[in-house]
Design a protein around this ligand. Sequence first.
Ligand SMILES: [Fe+2]
Length: 358
Amino acid sequence: MAQSRLGSALDTGVEYRVFVDREWYHRERRLLWEGPVWVALALEAECPPGRSYSTFFGDRPAWVEQDGSGGWTARLADGRPLKVTAFQGVLFASGSANPPALAEYLGPRTMRYLERIFSRPIEVLGHHHQAIDANWKLYAENVRDQYHAGLLHRFYQVFGINRVSQRGEVYLDGPGWHHVLAVWRGDEDPTDRAAVEREHNYRGAGAWQLSDASLLAVETEFDDGVTQQIQTVFPNLVVQQIGNTLAIRRIVPQGPQAMDLWWTYFGYRDDSLSLRRKRLLQANLIGPGGLVSMEDAEAVECVQRAIASDPRGRSIMAMGGREVADSPHRFTETAVRGFWRGYQELMQIQAPPATRGA
Ligand SMILES: [Fe+2]
């Protein structure tokens, strides 16, 4: 059957057609988005009492609201109800008749890192959203690809926010399709750091300085020393702590070759004024300032254009091996492979042995 060949052999490679094919996109709607998954809808803090909050479930408009007894209800635009469960103030919905228990779906590590960020009452600081001309799965790969930040985001490298010479670890969960990247900015190998700086000097970047360095003044607020946490929950949630910028990002597909990324920034209700100012200032760096998130969008759009020009091609994701396992460093595509493992299972793709491996 032609359709079942789409996306075959996903252990180390993906057929490009899964990023462009319209029929496949509709199959995803049914098997993945309405399958036994929990889709992040919103933060409880975004939903004012007594009012419906407008959001998306996959690519479909949905509404969520608090019911009279303190629980939550959600429905699609056609009125069909969704199951809703909250964890640490994040609202997840499922369209499946028989979804797994949320705790079982998330796994212990995912829960632990969500608890780390949502450790006390939060306050929403603002929103923005980004239209990206690429398939949603390319963005899902981007946030799970842990080495690109040190290559793509020059601001990160030059000013030491995130460099490959800093300690970074990758943890997988549930079973492999969610991930956490933790980076310790203060834990940087001096030899590696010197090599990274030589590379910047070679490219003429060594003399760059900021007229106003306040953007780099990160206040330590977590006692584990982690300065950057990027966490995903399959299929659509990204949770970030980058310096003092706390946010969730929700991936909303918009057809096979387009998506929107919805950002919600937040702080803690007990933030000091100076910490609150830092959160707002640093939000410019990652978001609308154009230095980080727009570079990610640009990168996935370049990939989408290349894929669309050769839909019979196939990707390879064997960096750092073929395992779906934790990694004590960032030079690996383990979390990308984990995403595709979950995807393959939900989309009921059989990987034919003859074409396994790259
Ligand atoms: Fe990035």
